[in-house]
Ligand binder design. Structure first.
Ligand SMILES: [Cu+2]
Length: 438
């Protein structure tokens, strides 16, 4: 969980706060934020279709990667003639200004498989951005130009979709619709302007049910220069709750299956023997229809081929942890806090706060015409909800999913999506203890 004062919104949150949620490598995290650097040297493509092509650190690779659709009707570098599964390509898609045209704030994000502990005794492998679950939290200001160097350090394919950001379509991160998936070892450079303002987020869009939930997701907070909501709700602390739903059996099976499958795909590609059609890649819908009709391709959803693993979420979390490992939300008497809830999973959550009403001020990043006074909000998958809480009732107050089946750990109540609003400035008459086996 991130509490951050936003006098200086340009820095990434958590930079000075030790995260307890992963086995992450702090060096990796520190390298997330690079200063808005000017990349030196190299020829920069003029304002052509490839205007965004940056001067590259490895020019020989960048040239290759920049060809999004060149001489290849599949639109995929995967099937480019003589393509070698040689990592290190840097893909600079068209659509945004070149590095010298605007002042980019530059970030590095990589994806790797990490073992992440959601609860004592429950460690699972997840796809984790920069070793963190959830991924790094962006704090930027509306209008900032953002450059994200996304490097794939797994044997699988991935993308990053910027959820709720209005950007050029080439930066939207949907495989086979706006870009090729980012191949193992390659770097895809996303460039866009941070807009509109509000609570937005990002996630992988390849193999989404597995990747985006387990756990390729993170907050993307776009601040306004002078936040108008601070007039009525003068908050200083700002928390983000990324709501998560995991099926750890599904994740294990799918991840193992994918890695196994990719071994074969990678080998065939290296040998130049990969047949796009039998592997489910088509130039267009017509070619897909034809392949099904002639029997050259049997879609995986046909019963005889279907090996879909059912999803039954059995763990639920807030910022990578299940109760009682969730981090508490701090508040003081007389203080306003802002809490941003982002549903990054595939389940719906009815988030209820005890002992208080809160003011619901924004949905999907956009301010409501009038704030509403509530104590439960229904946060659907993909949605973001912002609420303001006023500290006028000292104590310890549960904040949880009121679908109480999701306040369980592997079927055992209490657990899951539950945390506590804890006053920091009072002397309790009763100090809460912990029980996870009621
Ligand atoms: Cu992915």
């Amino acid at each position: 969980m991130t509490a951050k004062e936003h006098e200086n919104d340009l820095e990434m949150a958590n930079s000075d706060e030790e995260q307890d949620s992963t086995d992450s490598n702090p060096t990796t995290r520190r390298s997330f934020l690079k200063k808005a650097v000017a990349i030196t040297g190299g020829a920069i493509a003029a304002s052509t279709a490839l205007g965004a092509q940056a001067a590259s650190r490895t020019a020989s690779h960048a040239g290759h990667g920049a060809h999004m659709h060149q001489g290849n009707k599949y639109g995929s570098m995967m099937f480019m003639k003589n393509h070698k599964m040689k990592p290190g390509n840097i893909i600079n898609p068209p659509g945004s200004p070149a590095d010298h045209e605007v002042n980019y704030k530059e970030f590095d994000i990589e994806i790797n498989i990490f073992k992440h502990e959601i609860l004592p005794g429950v460690k699972i492998h997840m796809f984790a951005f920069n070793g963190q679950v959830p991924g790094p939290e962006f704090h930027v200001t509306e209008g900032d130009w953002i450059k994200v160097n996304f490097t794939n350090k797994t044997e699988e394919m991935h993308t990053i979709h910027w959820h709720g950001i209005t950007l050029p379509y080439t930066m939207d991160g949907v495989p086979m619709v706006t870009q090729d998936p980012v191949h193992p070892g390659d770097t895809f450079v996303y460039r866009f302007q941070a807009k509109p303002s509000g609570t937005r987020w990002y996630h992988c869009h390849w193999g989404t049910p597995l990747h985006a939930s387990h756990a390729m997701h993170g907050a993307f907070i776009v601040h306004r220069k002078n936040e108008p909501l601070k007039k009525r709700f003068p908050y200083a602390r700002d928390y983000t709750l990324v709501l998560e739903a995991w099926d750890i059996n599904f994740a294990r099976e799918e991840m193992n299956g994918l890695l196994e499958g990719m071994k074969e795909v990678n080998l065939l590609m290296r040998q130049g023997k990969l047949d796009p059609i039998t592997h489910g890649f088509f130039r267009d819908y017509k070619e897909f229809l034809e392949a099904v009709k002639t029997g050259k391709y049997i879609p995986p959803y046909i019963q005889s081929r279907s090996s879909g693993v059912p999803v039954n979420f059995n763990f639920f979390g807030i910022n990578g942890k299940s109760y009682p490992a969730t981090k508490r939300i701090g508040i003081k008497q007389g203080e306003w806090i802002r809490v941003r809830m982002i549903n990054a999973g595939g389940a719906s959550h009815h988030m209820h706060l005890h002992g208080h009403d809160f003011w619901w001020v924004a949905q999907d990043g956009n301010d409501l015409p009038e704030p509403r006074r509530l104590n439960t909000v229904h946060v659907e998958p993909g949605a973001t909800y912002d609420v303001m809480v006023y500290g006028d009732n000292p104590g310890f107050w549960t904040w949880h999913d009121h679908n109480t089946l999701q306040a369980r750990n592997n079927g055992i109540y209490p657990g899951g999506m539950l945390t506590v609003l804890a006053y920091e400035d009072f002397t309790p008459t009763y100090v809460p203890s912990v029980s996870v086996d009621q």
